[in-house]
Design a protein around this ligand. Structure first.
Ligand code: UT7
Length: 335
């Protein structure tokens, strides 16, 4: 029997903030042995945004958070929990959530960072929702923010073409009685895939040393071909399963907002889930893979393009390092 919920939670605000600087595929052709057309065909990416040197994740995180608060018509003091999914925090600790609390002046909030790679936003949404539904928090700020450009090896053509910097944020809050927002989450982990996508050094297993630097172990490593296969299977499965177990026909879904890792992964998941291309949000062409920022920023673009209206059914889904995988099902409850 499902646990009794005391409240319902829904998104009331969404914002994004990206660096101005664009790195196009033509720019990449000058940096590594690649081809602009290859990148578009294999990934769907045309350009990505890159921060000015020295810009930490909290910078664009703050921008996205302020816009989400404005959309929700709230002030930072109204927030009582900040969750920051990220793989590129400003520092190992203190958590970027603490730095954001201070930058925003969110004087009534506690907070923490969440490590689930590209699935971070989906995991954070479930965590936030549980706090609101249980009555422990009334308004939660979830801020996915990444500076992927500092952990990318710009000599590795397999990976440097994929990633971008940026931030997206939502406000998830307790809804008036009788209103439905968040409906369900389906999440899993498969730690046997840990070695296929990782940043090996900098933790307690491989602390920073001359050797870890020389061996480029502080950069993101990915076996793209292997991860690709798992990602297609995982993203399709969680989407199909979450719709099925809630009795929702694919045609009744307004929008699938997937993590933006590769357009071919998104298309395969869309087809397997029985959805039309019009039911899927794609922003990878302009932003690349921004890890935990990709879903909240795609939600903001969906609102700006008039593709999301109050009451619409939405699925968020992601696959990432860990492996982590998951989906959230919700009705859209923001303006
Ligand atoms: O966000 C977290 C989850 N991450 C993902 O979901 C990413 C998953 N993986 C992918 O998106 C894709 O596997 C990639 C985009 C990384 C690669 O695409 P692919 O179609 O799987 O290419 P491939 O790895 O099979 O490589 C095909 C060829 C190779 O040449 P050979 O070995 O066949 O001679 C690569 O060396 O393309 C070559 N290649 C490139 N060519 C031009 C690899 N990178 C490049 C490049 N430019 N940048």
């Amino acid at each position: 029997m499902p646990a009794r919920t005391l409240h319902t939670a829904g998104i009331t605000g969404v914002g994004m903030d990206f660096p101005e600087r664009r790195l196009t595929n033509a720019d990449l052709e000058k940096m590594v042995d690649t081809d602009a057309e290859w990148i578009v065909e294999r990934t769907g990416i045309k350009e990505r945004r890159i921060v000015e040197p020295g810009t930490p994740a909290s910078h664009h995180g703050e921008g996205a958070a302020r816009k989400a608060l404005e959309h929700a018509r709230l002030t930072p003091e109204d927030i009582d929990l900040i969750i920051v999914p990220t793989v590129t925090p400003d520092m190992i600790y203190p958590a970027t959530a603490c730095l954001l609390q201070d930058r925003l002046g969110a004087s009534n909030a506690w907070g923490f960072d969440l490590s689930a790679a590209c699935c971070g936003f989906v995991y954070a949404m479930q965590t936030a929702r549980a706090q609101v539904e249980a009555g422990f928090a009334r308004r939660v700020l979830v801020v996915g923010t990444e500076v992927m450009s500092v952990i990318v090896d710009w000599e590795d053509r397999n990976n440097c073409i994929l990633f971008g910097d940026g931030a997206g944020a939502v406000v998830l809050e307790r809804l008036p009685e009788g209103e439905v927002g968040f409906i369900d989450s389906l999440l899993w982990v498969d730690g046997s895939g840990a070695d296929l996508l990782k940043q090996a050094a900098g933790g307690s297993l491989h602390p920073a040393s001359h050797e870890t630097v020389d061996k480029k172990m502080h950069y993101l490593y990915q076996d793209g071909r292997e991860v690709y296969k798992h990602a297609v299977r995982g993203m399709a499965k969680v989407t199909v399963d979450i719709l099925e177990r809630n009795g929702i026909a694919p045609a009744d879904l307004r929008l699938m907002v997937p993590h933006q890792a590769n357009n071919r992964i998104i298309e395969a998941a869309q087809r397997r889930a029985g959805l039309t291309p019009e039911q899927v949000m794609v922003t990878i062409d302009r932003f690349g893979n921004t890890t935990s920022a990709s879903i909240p920023s795609a939600l903001r673009v969906a609102v700006d393009e008039g593709r999301l209206k109050r009451g619409d059914l939405v699925v968020l889904c992601a696959f990432g390092g860990g492996f982590t995988c998951g989906a959230n099902l919700l009705r859209w409850t923001a303006d």
